[in-house]
Design a protein around this ligand. Structure first.
Ligand SMILES: C[S@@+](CC[C@H](N)C(=O)[O-])C[C@H]1O[C@@H](n2cnc3c(N)ncnc32)[C@H](O)[C@@H]1O
Length: 250
């Protein structure tokens, strides 16, 4: 298996593929001021196995197209929604977030937890805006500095991983400059990283190594993940995922 296939294998059969929690999704949902007596046309972009998709479907009148690049995650989501009787509300779709099959001004809400970084925040907010109705909402979580300065080690790690990392004030300005008004912002607490993501992932390391015969690449995937967890434990006061809820203005 290639490294990317192994990364997908490590993240399969889990509730979430990134930091987050049901509480965070519900908190962001509180800022969506759309009429609740009508169905909402929603895209959940980079949905993974759909932790947040299920919460959205259960707590709003959303009719969701759940989009991901990888069928393994969409199949897991489909199994979950079948068990919960949500297949009418959640339609999985394999597509790239760079090339979405929506018409202009078709959507009431675009949701994307921990995924917009794949095309970059500044590119994503521009590209996706066209699919939103005027007055429609964008809810995205995105890696964000929590302080104006930070230790060199963590600064360099994230600059290498994702050069678009910046502070919330800069992200909010980017949204405003691109025709959105900010409706809410908060950042994910450590529990959403540790209990929601890193803890369960670390619990899968041994089985992942065993089923991949402890190959060199599988060991590298685990080492990289352990390094990322160690950095989070050391520097969690300096960064988190910010959750940005914004409305498309006319
Ligand atoms: C960090 S995970 C977040 C998944 C989920 N939203 C969550 O919070 O648990 C990012 C997701 O984006 C998906 N992804 C990566 N590149 C993509 C692309 N170009 N188009 C659509 N999805 C993509 C990955 O397969 C993965 O499921």
């Amino acid at each position: 298996m290639t490294e990317i296939e192994l990364i997908i294998d490590l993240h399969a059969n889990s509730d979430r593929q990134g930091p987050g929690s049901k509480e965070d999704t519900l908190k962001a949902l509180e800022h969506i001021n759309l009429p609740t007596n009508l169905p909402w046309k929603v895209a959940d972009i980079g949905c993974g196995s759909g932790g947040q998709t299920i919460t959205l479907a259960q707590n709003s009148p959303a009719e969701i197209t759940a989009i991901d690049l990888f069928p393994i995650f969409l199949n897991e989501l489909n199994d979950k929604s079948r068990k919960l009787g949500l297949t009418e509300n959640i339609v999985p779709l394999q597509a790239s977030m760079e090339d979405l099959p929506f018409k202009a001004a078709e959507l009431d809400l675009i949701w994307s937890e921990g995924a917009i970084y794949n095309i970059g925040f500044s590119e994503g907010i521009k590209l996706w805006k066209e699919y939103l109705k005027i007055g429609g909402y964008l809810a995205v979580s995105e890696i964000t500095w929590l302080t104006p300065s930070r230790p060199v080690e963590i600064e360099e790690f994230w600059k290498e991983e994702y050069p678009e990392i910046t502070t919330a004030s800069t992200k909010i300005s980017q949204l405003e400059e691109n025709g959105y008004s900010i409706q809410g912002y908060f950042y994910l607490p450590p529990k959403s990283w540790l209990d929601g993501y890193y803890g369960p992932m670390a619990g899968r390391f041994q089985a992942f190594l065993d089923r991949n015969n402890h190959s060199d690449i599988a060991q590298k995937v685990v080492r990289d993940s352990e390094d990322e967890i160690a950095l989070y434990n050391k520097y969690q006061d300096y960064y988190s995922y910010g959750f940005y809820i914004a409305r498309r203005e006319g």
